[in-house]
Ligand binder design. Structure first.
Ligand code: MGP
Ligand code: SAH
Length: 247
């Protein structure tokens, strides 16, 4: 008699079978969450949107360097099922992560998944539209923001040069909102087909003197791009400076 599969795995496996386009994500499940078998819960959008664990750990290292081991607050504006939120919290007990998502179901998954990794006590959750929520944080206790909004579904690669203005919410507006109401220290997770020229020129004319542009790989494959703004830019690794852009 074969091994009995855990209930959650069976449920998700059948979801992946019904939705054939989810099969490839299911086969990468341990890259998404190494503790997948301990009760991770995801819905369809989360399957194709969650940040692979290795990349989320890298993001957390980057923020931890900025926060220098102090008590700090990171706001994960589009936390989904918690791929990034969990790793930010795991990086240090001194970090509190506020996870915001417009979808109550995602917040329920994020809470459950944070529990699987034992970091639920470091996480706070807000259900709502990030654009509205931002304004209630005027007297900010936020040290840094992470943005990973929807890219328009699994077909985001069908365009050659992906523009942040095509995102809903508009990615350039999100940067402006964060800078105005929260913190200039922003990490923004972007698709690998992002229009880098447009991105760099439009961000640098937003009073940011520099930005860091990074490809994120799992194995040899580039999965995502991340840009860093404000103090998240590593001083020794400045990729694009305003003076270079101007010359
Ligand atoms: P992918 O291109 O769908 O997968 O997404 P992959 O494995 O590169 O596909 P292949 O067919 O080219 O091999 C790559 C990664 O981008 C996903 O694992 C997610 O982390 C991230 N991602 C994808 N989408 C559609 C979104 C999104 O809408 N929002 C966010 N924040 N991340 C996404
Ligand atoms: N980084 C996450 C995945 C984020 S996917 C992870 O690793 O798990 C993008 C999320 O943005 C989705 O969960 C979606 O519900 C949420 N979202 C979409 N529009 C939003 C808005 N206006 N405000 C807040 N969240 C939003």
């Amino acid at each position: 008699m074969g091994r009995k599969r855990p209930i959650e795995e069976t449920k998700i496996s059948s979801l992946a079978k019904v939705n054939h386009h989810l099969n490839k994500y299911y086969s990468q499940r341990y890259q998404l969450f190494s503790r997948f078998d301990q009760g991770i819960q995801l819905d369809e959008e989360s399957w194709y949107s969650v940040t692979p664990e290795k990349i989320a750990i890298h993001h957390a290292d980057k923020y931890h360097k900025l926060l220098k081991g102090r008590h700090s607050v990171i706001l994960d504006g589009f936390c989904g099922a918690g791929g990034n939120l969990i790793q930010f919290a795991r990086r240090s007990e001194l970090i509190t992560v506020i996870g915001c998502d417009i979808d109550l179901q995602k917040i329920k998954f994020a809470k459950n998944n944070a529990k699987v990794y034992g970091v639920e006590n470091q996480c706070e959750f807000i259900v709502g539209d990030f654009r509205d929520m931002v304004k209630s944080f005027k007297d900010s206790r936020v040290d840094a923001v992470f943005l990973s909004p929807p890219w328009g579904g699994v077909d985001y690669l069908s365009t050659q040069n992906y523009s942040l203005s095509a995102m809903k919410p508009n990615g350039f507006n999100l940067i402006d909102l964060c800078r105005k109401h929260l913190s200039p220290n922003i990490g923004f997770l972007l698709p690998r087909n992002v229009d880098a020229d447009e991105l760099i020129s439009k961000v640098l004319c937003r009073e940011y003197p520099e930005l860091e542009f990074e490809s994120n790989c799992v194995g040899k494959k580039v999965k995502t791009i991340t840009i860093y703004l404000g103090n998240l830019v590593s001083s020794d690794e400045v990729k694009e400076k305003k003076d270079k852009n101007d010359s």
